[in-house]
Design a protein around this ligand. Sequence first.
Ligand code: PMP
Length: 290
Amino acid sequence: MKIYIDGKYYDQKNAKISVFDHGLLYGDGIFEGIRAYNGRVFKLKEHIDRLFCSAKAILLRMPLSHGDVVRAVVETCRRNKIRDGYVRLLVTRGAGTLGLNPNRCKNPAVIIIADKIQLYPAELYERGMEIITVPTIRNLHSALNPAIKSLNYLNNILAKIEANNAGCEEAVMLNAEGFVSECTGDNIVIVKAGQVLTPPLSAGALYGITRGVVLELAREGGLSVAEPNLTRYDLFNADECFLTGTGAELIPIVKIDGRVIGTGKPGPITRRLVDKYHALTNVSGEPIYG
Ligand code: PMP
């Protein structure tokens, strides 16, 4: 495996960064998880746009232009002979001194890893997955906005541990007002009376790229789409539910906090959107091999 660090490629065992990097010391940095399908990088521009938005929010000077990042991601895929895979793109504050001050970090570090990913067991995509609501609430947007895809994922990790301890793979996270925000690494969508509903971004969710694609596919398919605040009651009484994420893609949810959702099987609208999503990933994206 060839890993990109600051413009150079290293074998995995030589791909190293400083122990003084504030990405490590403080989680001071940002990242993107990107997927390649059939020799193309899916929604690359959108991921890099979001990376630049995260950088702006944390006052991180991007050492590369948007176009440079596109080229570096594509080249890293090419060097790793990726046709179908997963790209992790990170920008850290860089090496500094002990102490929080980001001004002591002279050069942000850019790291790109192109590999494979399998988030959830394959059979759960067929049967549907069970999730629970956990006590750890999602970060307040006035404290650390969940729209920033930062290297500081402890909020999500604590929720993930609570889900895992209860025998679940994923958790619903509420916000401080008790409305549904998202899951630890995925956005959540329900279908009720033919309408596709997902929490508004102001409920404290990442501006999920898969979420955006799925809402667009739903609209194109003639479904009505809305983004109201949702409560656990709304989830329990949904006809269908699924999660969206670059790694997870679309995964059906059939039980939440012990309540069976709909028929207890992945629903017809979910299945239709899954098919449309795969049809799109197969043909669109930034070509890796010219
Ligand atoms: N929410 C969180 C907290 C995430 O980390 C992610 C990405 N794994 C998502 C939602 C889904 O976002 P996207 O569709 O852009 O991958």
